[in-house]
Design a protein around this ligand. Structure first.
Ligand SMILES: Nc1ncnc2c1ncn2[C@@H]1O[C@H](COP(=O)(O)OP(=O)(O)OP(=O)(O)O)[C@@H](O)[C@H]1O
Length: 238
């Protein structure tokens, strides 16, 4: 496992015994940067939930480096967030440090500096006092990236991080992802923008209810593989 961040060993995942991800095996190497792609319903979010331990495999094993999810952080889809909670942007970002501090009581001056730096890094330096519910979709996504910066995790899983944001915000947040990658962290992101995947992600996992292809992006995103993934999701081969 030393060069492996996450190993999937014949993993099947599903909801109420209905299989959404079938028999997938492979590894995410430490420090790799992988896009998970595929049509709607291909099982991408289900796989992320399985890796995060939010869903137990129906079959097979998911092995994590250090046998622990403590070194992982996840950015969920925006639709899964409750924006009505009355919390400031600063506090939302600061929550990312809780694993280190344990509570607000141990939240020292150094952490305050880190929150401010993270807000600055995502272009929200003046937004700390804003209630989260008043942020635009793009601003909220920037705040969630800042929270991930505070996590300081070895492995980052992001589910459609750019789905609700404009091109400018995508470019800014993509630069944050690339910085994480260059620091040696493992980055795994569910994405629909194939152009972005081809340009920025060296590895890809193409899903269609199963792994259609997994490896270097140019070898994965071939017209044949994309066609097969679409057919699998349309039920042709299920
Ligand atoms: N909470 C749930 N309860 C029941 N079934 C679910 C649940 N979440 C997902 N599914 C089902 O699991 C299958 C895979 O869904 P999943 O959300 O993993 O796909 P996806 O590839 O992320 O799709 P999208 O691109 O549309 O987000 C689908 O058939 C979906 O209906």
């Amino acid at each position: 496992m030393c060069h492996t961040a996450i190993e999937l060993d014949q993993v099947s995942l599903g909801w109420r015994d209905r299989i959404a991800v079938r028999d997938i095996s492979g590894t995410f190497a430490r420090g790799s940067m992988t896009a998970i792609v595929g049509p709607n319903g291909a099982g991408k979010s289900t796989l992320i939930k399985g890796i995060m331990g939010m869903l137990s495999p129906l079959r097979g094993h998911i092995r994590l480096a250090n046998d622990s999810s403590a070194h992982m952080a996840c950015l969920p889809q925006q639709g899964e967030l409750d924006r009505s909670f009355p919390i400031t942007t600063y506090d939302l970002v600061a929550m990312g440090a809780w694993r280190r501090t344990g509570s607000w009581k141990r939240f020292k001056a150094a952490e305050h500096d880190r929150v401010q730096s993270a807000l600055e890094a995502v272009g929200l330096a003046d937004f700390g006092a804003r209630i989260v519910g008043t942020l635009s979709g793009g601003q909220l996504q920037r705040a969630l990236f800042a929270r991930l910066l505070l996590h300081d995790a070895d492995t980052l899983l992001l589910d459609e991080p750019f789905s609700a944001v404009d091109r400018h915000t995508t470019e800014d947040l993509m630069a944050v992802l690339q910085a994480w990658h260059s620091e040696g962290r493992t980055v795994i992101a569910v994405l629909h923008d194939m152009e972005l995947v081809r340009a920025c992600f060296p590895q890809a996992l193409l899903m269609g209810g199963q792994a259609v292809a997994w490896g270097p992006t140019p070898q994965v995103l071939t017209p044949e593989n994309l066609h097969l993934a679409r057919h699998l999701c349309a039920g042709d081969y299920l």
